[in-house]
Design a protein around this ligand. Structure first.
Ligand code: ADE
Ligand code: ZN
Length: 335
């Protein structure tokens, strides 16, 4: 096994995309404290412990508080621009960025304005040479079928070029089995040309991953790691080559696995499942994409050809346009 200390500079130069990352997970503690002070909003806990989460439910509750501090289009554009800067600092060439309108209490019923504000930030970032970003607009697992239909109607009407996919995230353990509830919304999104990405196999078991594929038509699965518990679900992913957007540190911090040593990413990869490495919520979980690659390189002794293959999967699995994908693949060939 290669247990040499990973070279972060070299990993930052590895051409790759990030396909599982949430805007809601990109707030820095200092920025949140500053916004909270400005509006006299009480902090949920002292700043030193602001990001000390007690599992997924507590984490999702925190997102509501953090996003509730954002009120103006300028602040949203600033958050988008800051996200692109974060990508550049990690050496990431493109990202599919998930954002979930339900967390943002000052923006309820104003999705088009939200997308416009974020788009303005991403356009400014691209003009400044920062990496491009596509948006995946997300449902919450605990929403109703009617709310899902309404969101899809809006996205189809809007046809905003920045929006590449319909997503669903949130707490599957709290929601129970909801694949059937969201099947029609995902079917319509797919028929309208949107890609589909589905959180499953994090707070649900392998049955959630199966539903994501069979009921929601997932082009990609966010997490999906608990597929490892059912060989038939592993087979399904291998047969259909459905890529997983895996987030090792997130899985440890939010209590899915106690350590990287028992994380199933290597077993899934070795079984032939297309796996990519991602951060999920980098600021809140204290990580960056190069660190996630380093973690796997060290834990599993990955040689360069495996790092290259995982990076290649991230590009292939992304919803970037063909030009962006081609240029990332070229660069990867030169790494
Ligand atoms: N939203 C942000 N991060 C999430 C996660 N890890 N699981 C479900 N929903 C999320
Ligand atoms: Zn996620």
């Amino acid at each position: 096994m290669n247990t040499a200390t990973p070279d972060l500079t070299r990993l930052r130069a590895l051409p790759r995309a990030e396909v599982h990352v949430h805007l809601e997970g990109c707030f820095e503690a200092a920025m949140l404290a500053q916004w909270a002070a400005r509006f006299n909003e009480p902090m949920p806990r002292p700043i030193e412990r602001l990001f000390a989460f007690e599992g997924l439910a507590d984490f999702l509750h925190f997102l509501d508080w953090a996003c509730g501090l954002v009120r103006t289009p300028e602040e949203l554009a600033q958050a988008a621009y800051a996200f692109s800067q974060r990508l550049a600092a990690s050496g990431t060439g493109y990202a599919d960025l998930i954002f979930n309108p339900t967390h943002w209490r000052h923006w309820q019923g104003r999705l088009p304005a939200m997308v416009d504000a974020l788009d303005a930030g991403f356009r400014a970032a691209e003009q400044d040479g920062l990496p491009p970003v596509g948006l995946c607009v997300s449902l919450l697992r605990t929403q109703s079928a009617d709310a899902a239909a309404e969101l899809v109607d809006l996205l189809v009407q809007l046809r905003h070029p920045r929006v590449v996919a319909l997503s669903i995230d949130g707490n599957e353990a709290a929601a129970g089995r909801t694949g059937p509830r969201f099947a029609e919304a995902f079917r319509r999104a797919g028929a309208a040309g949107l890609k589909r990405t589905v959180h499953a196999g994090e707070s649900s078991g392998p049955e959630g991953v199966r539903d994501a594929v069979e009921l929601l038509g997932a082009d990609r699965i966010d997490h999906g790691v608990r597929a490892i518990e059912d060989p038939q679900v592993i087979d399904l992913l291998v047969q259909r080559q459905i890529p997983l957007g895996i987030c090792p540190t997130s899985n440890r911090v939010l209590g899915v696995y106690p350590s990287i040593d028992v994380h199933p990413i290597e077993r899934l990869r070795a079984a032939g499942v297309p796996v990519s490495i991602n951060t999920d919520d980098p600021a809140l979980l204290g990580t960056g994409l190069e660190h996630e690659y380093a973690l796997c390189q060290k834990a599993f002794g990955w040689p360069d050809d495996v790092l290259r293959a995982v990076a290649r999967t991230s590009i292939d699995a992304s919803f970037a346009n063909d030009d962006v994908k081609a240029s990332l693949r070229d660069a990867l060939g030169r790494w």
